[in-house]
Design a protein around this ligand. Structure first.
Ligand code: MG
Ligand code: FE
Length: 170
């Protein structure tokens, strides 16, 4: 049970848990500021619920391996730096910067779960593997939605930007 692979798996699940907590904060900040993009806001709010459930699922995997998520490492700080690096909130086009950053973030999550799927398989933990596969599907769906909607959101932004008295930025 306490094989090297299990230790890594536990460690990486803790990273994923920290990632989901960061995702929740980021999505809440975004949704809370959006005013003129109801479809985007609604999709983000849906993903906040999914993200909270994902954090619980990952916590369940951690418990299954005999760990606890309280020992979460500082992935939050790293993630924050990454988001800032992607250019972020409080810009005049924050709806677009946020959408682009979220699209990148979903792919970061997808990569993390793909790696975890391999780790769980190697460690002989099929339930954990299945959980990670289910979470991966939600991340892919969110990324796909953003992919499909970013051009339209950008056109809407440009249209609002040209309209007297309309707020475009959020
Ligand atoms: Mg997630
Ligand atoms: Fe996500």
């Amino acid at each position: 049970m306490a094989s090297k692979a299990h230790e890594h798996l536990l460690d990486w699940l803790r990273d994923a848990h920290g990632m989901e907590q960061q995702a929740e904060q980021m999505l809440k900040a975004q949704a809370g500021r959006l005013e003129n993009y109801p479809e985007l806001k609604a999709r983000i709010e849906q993903h906040i619920e999914e993200t909270q459930h994902q954090a619980d699922l990952v916590e369940g995997c951690i418990s299954k391996l005999g760990g606890s998520p309280s020992g979460v490492k500082d992935t939050g700080g790293k993630m924050m730096a990454m988001m800032q690096g992607m250019g972020g909130m409080f810009t005049t086009d924050e709806v677009l910067k946020g959408g682009i950053a979220s699209y990148a973030f979903e792919h970061f999550e997808m990569a993390s779960y793909r790696s975890l799927i391999g780790a769980a398989e190697y460690a002989g933990e099929p339930e954990i593997k299945q959980t990670c596969e289910a979470i991966l599907k939600q991340e892919e769906a969110m990324a796909k939605w953003l992919e499909d909607n970013l051009p339209e959101t950008t056109m809407k932004y440009l249209q609002r930007d040209e309209t007297e008295g309309a707020t475009a930025k959020r």
